[in-house]
Design a protein around this ligand. Sequence first.
Ligand code: ZN
Length: 266
Amino acid sequence: MDKILLSFDLEEFDIPEEYGQTLAAEEKLERSREGLIPLLGLLKKLNITATFYTTAFFAQANPGLIKEICLDHEIASHGFYHSSFRNEDILSSKQALERITGKVLSGFRMARLMPVDETLIAKAGYIYHSSLNPTWIPGRYNNLSKPTLPFVSSGIIQLPASVASALRIPLFWISFKVFPEGVYQRLALRTLRKKHYLNIYFHPWEFADISSYKIPGYTKKIYGIELLRRLETLLVLLKEKGRFVQSSEYCFDFLQTLQHPDAPRF
Ligand SMILES: [Zn+2]
C-alpha cells in the first residue's frame, strides 16, 4: 500500500526574528503549543500517526506534552535550538529527547533544512535523515540534482520531502497555503499514486493565531482553525488512498527490501 509520511517540525516559533522582531522565549514556545493542541486533537480524531521533529529546547520546556505525543506518534530530533546550531547538537538533542521520551530516537531533521555534515548524523546513531527538499527554493537551496525518493548515503537513510511532477513542484507547508486547495490536493494524491511515497511536513505554530507577526504574507496566508480545516480535508482524502506511517516504521520496511551494499546495519 502507498505510504504517507506526515511530519511536523515542533520548534520554538522564531520566524519573526528572521524579520527583525524580538520575541521572548516563552512567547515562541507558546505559539507552538497554541497550534499543537488542536493539531493533536485532529490527528486523534482521524486516527492518524505522524512524526514530530522536535527541538530539545521545546521538549525540555514541555516534557509532559512530549510524553503525551509519543504515545501516538514518533518523536525525532529537530536539533537543540531552532535559531542556532553547533555540530554537538546532533548528538546532544538526541540524548535530551531520549531522556524525556524514554525511547531511542531514529531520525533527524535540520532546522530550515540547512546543509549539515551527514557523517555526524550517522555517527550519533540516527537511522534516517529528512532534511532534503529536492527542489529549488530561491535564496534557500537548489537540490534539483538530488533524488526524490528514499535512498541511502553516508550510512543513513535519506527521506526526501515530496515534490510533484517532473517540474519538482514542492509539496511543503508553503505550497499548502499558497496553492488553491484543490490544486494542492490533486498534486499530493497524484504524487502518492505515482511514487507510492508521500512525505509532507508542516509546523504546529501554523495552527496558532500568527496574524499579528510581521512575517511574509505567504507564511500566514492561511493559519489557525482555517488551516486546520484544510489539513483535515487533505488527510481524509489521503487516508482513502494510502497508509500513514511513522518515519522509522517506513525505514524499517525500506531496509527489509533494500539490497544495497551501503545499507546501514543494525
Ligand atoms: Zn524547523
